[in-house]
Structures are given as C-alpha cells and as structure tokens.
Design a binder for this molecule. Structure first.
Ligand code: SF4
Length: 277
C-alpha cells in the first residue's frame, strides 16, 4: 500500500475566525442543494481555510464520503474512533478501505485510564444500567477522542442524514458547532438511504458486510442490533433506551451555549428540502 503521510494531504493554514466561518458556512449551505457529493466536498475544501476533519465509523454514508474525499485527493483528514468495542466486520471494512484508496485513516483510541476506571466501576457492559452510564461510556470512548480529533480544525465533515432521526432532521447542511467552535458540514443531509446505497454500488465502494444482514446504523457491537423490516434506522442503536435519548453525544441537534460572537449566524441555514432527492 502507498502509505502516504496525512501531512502531505493537509494544508498548513490558520483557522479563520468564527464569524468568517459562519459566513462561509452560509454560502456553502446555499449552494449544496444543487451539487453532487463530490462537488459539495470539493467546494467545502476550496472555501474553508484551515484543517477539515471527517470522522468515519465506516457506515454506508461514511464510506460514500470517504470515497469522495480519497478519489478526489481532497485535503481532508479522515479520522475514526476505535472504541475498543467495534465489530470485527468494521475493522474489516476499515482495512479494505485503506487498501482500496492507499490512504491511512487516522485512528484515535480512548484514554486508557478513564476507560479502566469506568469498567472497574460499572462493569464491562455497565452501559445498559442507565442512560447516564451509557453516556459515560460513549463520552470516554467517542466524545473525548472527538474533541482531540477536532482540536484546531476549521470544519468537521459528518455523514449525518436528515431521515435518520427527528433530531437529525433539524440539522443544516452547514452550521457553526458552538461546542467545538468550528463549522460542521453535513454533505449527505438530504440524501435518502437508497441514494447512498446506489452511490456505493455504482462506485464499487467497500462497505460493512453487516449492512447485508439487517444492520442499518452500525456502532459498537454490544450497542447495535439488526433491524426487522420497517423499523426506523436508529432503532438498532441502544434499543433498550427511549428514542429521544439515542445519540452518543457526537451530534447535537441544538447547539448549547452558542458563543456571543456567533449569535444569529449559526442557523437555521439552508436546511433540507421538504422532499429529499
Ligand atoms: Fe460504550 Fe456502547 Fe457507547 Fe460504544 S456505543 S461507547 S460500547 S455505550
């Protein structure tokens, strides 16, 4: 494999200030509706100064975005969180993706001490005991590494789609993420699952074999199950919890404590069309 260093692909440019990022985000959001996935990502790269980070969990949406980044050789850092509880199939598609594109995907692992202390207190599968315990586990294994991944970045690219949940339907193509103080870009927001599947098949993109066995949204193995026909996409994640609690803390529909300098700039931007294409 051509193991190119990430540094070769990343621009060494300073991040713009928050107001400038918000203005860039608004312009991008206004144009995304008329662009394909490749164009959306290349437009984002051209418009956003500084570091762009894409976080992948190797789900079908993330594979489509990885393809668009790698095939165009875009200066976007691709990062994943190896939580320690992933499916073997996820590691398999991770390796296949690196092999296919000749690019290394940056892996962030949780801080060892925090995980050891959590497991000592709650037990290895203690996340089932309460929402608080589960959020603690997700906080250690996903949210804290996310903070490290996004440190100093100007923009965060995600595979969120509006039809995945009511919370996600409220998100925009581009909006300021006040928590991480950067621009959050959701270039697949208006895509249906069928459209993503077609894109992946047409481009022969490697995908997680669990998708062929009824898994729609794939996270950690003990917290993900296959779906019965007709069940909503997120029903297979933390199925023992109430629907409204089912996010891991990576994607918040509403931004808490928006900094003063961003008031009025973060949204709603050009949201999803009423009838996704
Ligand atoms: Fe822990 Fe489950 Fe969250 Fe993974 S999805 S970090 S195992 S609670």
């Amino acid at each position: 494999m051509n193991d190119q260093s990430l540094a070769q692909h990343l621009p060494n440019r300073p991040a713009p200030d928050a107001r400038a990022l918000a203005a860039i985000g608004k312009r991008l959001a206004d144009t995304f509706g008329s662009l394909g996935l490749d164009e959306r990502l290349s437009a984002a790269c051209a418009a956003v100064p500084g570091r762009l980070v894409f976080t992948t969990s190797f789900g079908i949406e993330d594979q489509a975005i990885s393809h668009a980044i790698f095939a165009q050789d875009l200066a976007v850092e691709v990062v994943t969180f190896d939580t320690g509880r992933l499916f073997p199939e996820t590691h398999q598609v991770w390796a296949e993706t690196e092999q296919r594109y000749g690019r290394r995907i940056r892996a962030l692992l949780p801080e060892r001490r925090g995980v050891e202390a959590w497991v000592a207190r709650h037990g290895i599968d203690g996340f089932r005991a309460s929402v608080e315990a589960r959020l603690g586990c997700c906080g250690l294994r996903k949210v804290e590494p996310l903070g490290r991944a996004l440190e100093g970045a100007s923009a965060w690219v995600t595979g969120v789609r509006a039809e995945q949940s009511a919370d996600r339907a409220m998100m925009s193509f581009a909006a300021i993420d006040a928590q991480h103080r950067l621009l959050k870009l959701n270039p697949l927001l208006d895509w249906t699952r069928d459209r993503v599947m077609t894109f992946v098949r047409d481009h022969r993109i490697p995908y997680n074999s669990l998708h062929d066995r009824g898994f729609l949204s794939i996270g950690c193995a003990p917290c993900t199950r296959a779906l019965a026909p007709g069940e909503p996409e997120r029903a297979g994640r933390w199925w023992w919890e109430q629907e409204e609690k089912k996010e891991c803390g990576l994607h918040l529909a509403k931004e808490p404590n928006e900094p003063k300098e961003l008031n009025g700039l973060s949204g709603p931007s050009s949201s999803v069309p009423a009838h996704p294409k």
